[in-house]
Write a protein that binds this ligand. Structure first.
Ligand SMILES: O=C(O)CCC(=O)C(=O)O
Length: 286
């Protein structure tokens, strides 16, 4: 396993790992994930979060917590390559699985608006790490690579929470003018992956390529914290506050069902990984 990139600037933390998983194994995972009988959440109906994502990304195949109905996926995410990478990046054995997600986008699909993951997770006191695992080659900018922007100084991004293409381009232009660092997952192949901490700004353009762009996402938490559904966000724009509230409620239902404000996290729905850290790649998020 070779770390090709490991960029830590003022805020956020991002990197790329080449060949973290063999192509043959990833092909099996892809076959499994694209099997139409694999349901999300082991629940019969769509979750609230899935509904809200579908309302925006009309063409996306967005499902979450597939591990709950698939022992094969559960083992991969808790014991094998992604789990080992999470243990290594956190340099910790106190790592648990928050969720998995599919971002399967057919040609013509909508962009993913710029966002940070941490404000949407209803937890205080834990660090979060997202592994973005492409199942199809990200050959060019047409294949909707995941993109990252990092300021060279620590700052809190109070984005307006808008999902329009105009807002996406406006931010991109602003950050370019301010000489922020821009990173892209263009060039990643199945078997490679990209990772970011909960405070890294990321998004992806609309998919203008000709083949489906399939990405699988696993989000891990580190340490123990508390369930926090309504954080104080006095300075944030109203649109961001409502988006945070909506998504925290969605995650409450899909990942922390039965827990109440202030309860300890991880709860009984959130499994610990079964790996010890082997390599030192420290991740420190807040
Ligand atoms: O693949 C995408 O377009 C979005 C993925 C994402 O937001 C994430 O990995 O946190």
């Amino acid at each position: 396993m070779a770390l090709a990139t490991n960029d830590r600037t003022g805020d956020g933390w991002q990197g790329i790992v080449r060949s973290f998983c063999s192509r043959s194994k990833l092909a099996l995972i892809t076959e499994h994930l694209t099997d139409s009988s694999l349901a999300s959440n082991s629940k019969a109906s769509e979750t609230a979060l899935e509904t809200s994502v579908h309302e925006f990304g009309r063409h996306w195949d967005f499902r979450e917590n597939l591990w709950e109905s698939s022992p094969f996926l559960e083992q991969w995410l808790l014991e094998e390559e992604p789990a080992q990478l999470a243990a290594d990046l956190f340099s910790s054995d106190k790592v648990w699985l928050l969720r998995d997600q599919t971002y399967f986008k057919p040609p013509g699909s909508e962009h993913t608006p710029w966002h940070q993951d941490a404000p949407f997770i209803p937890v205080e006191g834990c660090s979060f790490l997202t592994l973005w695992i492409p199942l199809t080659p990200i050959v060019s900018s047409c294949d909707a690579p995941l993109e990252y922007w990092q300021a060279s100084y620590p700052c809190c991004h109070l984005l307006d929470g808008g999902a329009s293409k105009r807002s996406y381009r406006r931010y991109e232009q602003e950050w370019q003018e301010q000489n922020w660092t821009h990173l892209t997952t263009e060039g990643l192949l199945p078997g490679d992956c990209s990772y970011h901490d909960g405070w890294t700004l990321h998004g992806s353009k609309g998919h203008t390529g000709t083949k489906d762009r399939l990405a699988f996402v696993a989000v891990y938490g580190c340490g123990e914290g508390l369930l926090r559904l309504c954080p104080v966000m006095n300075l944030a724009p109203t649109s961001l506050r409502s988006q945070v509230q909506l998504l925290r409620q969605g995650l409450h239902r899909s990942c922390f069902e039965g827990l109440e404000e202030g309860d300890p996290v991880p709860g009984h729905h959130n499994p610990w990984i079964r790996c010890e850290p082997k390599q030192e790649h420290h991740i420190h998020s807040r």
